[in-house]
Each structure stands twice: as structure tokens, then as C-alpha cells.
Design a protein. Sequence first.
Length: 574
Amino acid sequence: MNALTASAAIASGRVQLANVRQRSLVTAKVRALWVLLLFVFATLTALVRIGQLGLFEDAPERRSMAEALLPPRGEITDRNGVVLARAFPSYSLWFNPKALGEGGSALVKTPEEVAKALMTIFPDADYADLVERLKSDKPSYLRKRVLPEEANKVFALGEPALEFPRENQRYYPQGSLAAHVLGYVDEAGEGHVGMEQVLQQRLLDPAQRGQPFALSIDARAQGALEDELSRGMLESNAKGAAGVVLDSDTGEVIALASLPSFNPNRSDRAFNGLVFNRVTNQVYELGSVMKPVTVASALDAGVIGDMSVRYPAAQLHIGRFTIHDSHNFGASLNVPEALIHSSNIVTAQVADKLGGPALRSTMMALHMNERPGIELPARGFPIWPKGDWARITTMTVSYGHGMAVSPLHLASAYAALVNGGVWRPATLFKVAPDKVPEGQRVFKASTSARLRQLLRMIVVDGTGKKADAPGFRVGGKTGSAEKPGSGGYRKTSLIATFAAAFPMDKPRYVVIAMLDEPQGTQATSFQRTAAWNAAPVVGRVVPRIGPLLGVVPDATRDVDISDLSPLIGNGEGE
């Protein structure tokens, strides 16, 4: 082969190699393009299917997965997001008498021995009840909400009949806090008594239960109110207590307490008298706390004009009835003095001049003739004088006897007294600023302004001195009413109430404290009246909750009472 032939052969090989390489490159590009097209097609198919599922199909499997991630029952929180009630997975202690099959003994040891062993793990259990259940051939819960360490101790007993099913249960992280507001959930998942009952459908609705439901209450204020009411009960040896903190501008219940209370975590023990709500479900003759309502009604009607006008303060005889005061306040009193010293006699005369129809109309405008306006299911119906009010009825109602209402009725009435004259129903739902109800005007704005002065004077110079909290400008009224019994009123059984609002130069919150049958003790200087037991409760509550609610003490501000101060004499009342 000559050089020319060899060169041509080499050139031909290079061309063939170049062609092979080019064809391989083209094939690779085509294959890559097909892969890309397949990937795009698969992606578009998936997107179309997802859209189809979302827009056109119910997709029960997809919904079931989503619902499985939701809590079985929605959370309840306070107005600031503090959890008050939530679903909680926990162990239970279950007795299965057929764990070892039919026949034979369910227990390795005797029921008495097993019960004693369980008592060492659960000291608060009922031994007799445990023995009875362990002897039975019926399966049953021995205990709900068993901690893992407790379950380990029970497991160590070596009893196959003691089982630990894992269940979702209702848990109240704050214990008994706001128990009468929340209520409880039974073993069947039904809500009872409080907002658990009211919100039953909302809390179980899959579309809503993933979103916590915020109540109007503030857990911090609730704790302070319960704490101070409990202290007041203890100091006065009272049988019960009730209290409310109400936003006077919106009707929102910031705190609501009824004592003694109960633990909603122990629903097996909740079926007793402790679930009874004294704030909304019990009605009382509340006594002299109603006097400011009478005065406000008379001011609105023009019956009271000149505050310096004096009324006879001697015993008042109406037919066979005699109206008297707790003390002798002299020959006469004007209206400011009558409120400061809490005179039944003068208040009755004001009401007599006002007339039954007008006072009755005011009480009805404050909704005291119907159940209290709130969402709770337990709401007591007032004891309301029927028909046209007789003269003596008008007089006794004017100072808080002859008509029985709940402490919540009283709180809503005082809100209207101090907020400019507008009544709004109380609510446990958190109210958005743009959703505040318009309400119903009951008193003129000028009447409300005068009442703010008078209520402040009662705390500064009258029976409410022990409710004064420096810098918070508290105003309020005492009420000590004898409880009715067979044959008349029981002079040794009182309902002691203090109804207050603060700060009085720009009222925002109403506070009610009531003690049921307080006794004269060393802590109350052996006095049973509201001035000595209910008023101090308010005096301690206000400084605790005020800063939490945005009310900062300010000793440089107060209500101007300079036009009334010269009218005030000396004296004592309830």
C-alpha cells in the first residue's frame, strides 16, 4: 500500500467515526427529550388529578386522613389563648374479669389484696368501691387518667385482669379554675353544665374543632377572683361565695366564680351539689346593693333634683309594716347621706315618691324580671312581684327585699349604672371591638355620671371603705340581706354583697363579691355584714386584676365629688 492509499483509508475511518459519534449524540438527545416529555406528562397528569380531587370529588379517604390529625374535641381557651380544656391521650385502668377466659378466677390474688395494693398507688381511691368492682363479673373502669408511672406500678402487681387502654379524654390543665364556666365532659363524650355543653356541636365539628374557641374570661383575673373569694369564705366561715368581673362597655365576663367548686378532671365525681352555679342559677334578695338603682331611677324621672333635700329618718310605718335602719342616723338624711349610711327608710321614701310603675319599669329595663342574659344553660328565674306593685312592695324592692335576682343580674345592672346608662347582656364569648352590641339605654348619661360620684363617695366616706384600693378609684355599694325562712326572715343568716366598679373616673370593670351566710369571726371583727367581709374581697381583687386588665393605679386622678362632699354628715351603716 502506497502512502496515498494509506492516507485515504485513514481519512475514511475518521469520517465513519465522526458519523458514529454524531448519530450517538443525536440518539442521546432524542432519548433525553422523551424522558423530559414523559416527566412533564406525568407531572401534568398528577396536577390534573389533584385538582380533580380538590374541586370535583369528596375524597372520603383524604378527608379521613385529615380528620385523623384533628383533636377528637376542640380546645377551649381564655381570651389570651391560655388553654382551659383540651383532648388528652391517656391511659385508663380497666378491670377485665374475663382476661383469663371463661370460668376460673379473674385475679391472681384476692380482691381485697388487689384493692389494698391499688390504694398504695392511688391513695385517693375508694377502697370499698374497688373491692366491689373487683368482685364483680362485670368489666368496668377502676380509674381514668392513669399516669405512665402509675400504670407501671399496677403492671408490676402481676394481675392480667388489670388492663390499660389508651384513650382520648378531656383534660383541664388549670384544674378547677373556671369550673362553673367550663363544665365537664362525661365518659360518653357529652358536655355538661357549662360551655362544654353549650359548645358541644362546635367542639365536635370536624370543620371547626381544629381551631380553639376563645372565651371572654381572663385566666389570670379568674384565678385572682377565686383566690380572694376563697379567702373571704375562710375568714368569715361562710358556706359559699360567688363573684363576677364584667366589662361594663362590652358585657364580656372577664371572670365568674362560684364556691365551693369542683374538679372537672374528675367527671366521675361531678354529679353533686358543687356543680350548682351561684352566680347564674341562684337568686337572692341582695339587699342594699339595689339602692343605687332606685336612686338612679328617681334621678332619671326628676323625683330627685336638689341633692341637699332632706328626708325624715325615723322609723317608717306602712300599714302593719315597719321599715327601719340598722342604726339611728339622726332626724333626717339627704340622698347622698342615705346611700353612704345605707338607709332603708330614706330609700323607701324616695321609691314611694317615684311610684311603683316607674321603679318596676326600670327593673324590667334592666331585665331583672327574666333569666340572666348569658350563654350558660343553668340560669335561674328571678322571684318577681306579680301584677301591679303595692306601695309596700315598691318600698321594699327599693332596698333589695321582696325581689330575688342572681349576682349576674346585679353585675349587668351596675354596668348600666356606670357606663353611661346602657344595659348589655353578659356574654362568655370574646367580643371583637367592632362587634360590641349596641345595647339598650336605661339611664340618662347625666344620671350615670351622678351615680359614679355617689358610688365613689360610698367607698371614700361610707360603708364601702374596706373596698378602697389606692389609685384604682373604686366605687360601690354594700348589701347585707337577711335570708327568708319559714315564718319570716332569719336574722342570723345573711347574704353579704359588695357591688363595685373601677376606675370611677372612667369605669371599665364591674366587680361583684357575695358571701353566703358569713359568720362574725375574729378576722371580720366579729361582724357579719358586707362592709366587713364582702367589701374587703373587692378591695383585694381590684389591685390584683387591675394592672392585668390595663388599669394602672394613678393617685393623681379621681372623680370630682366636690359638689357633694359638703352635704355629707357622720354616721355608720352596714
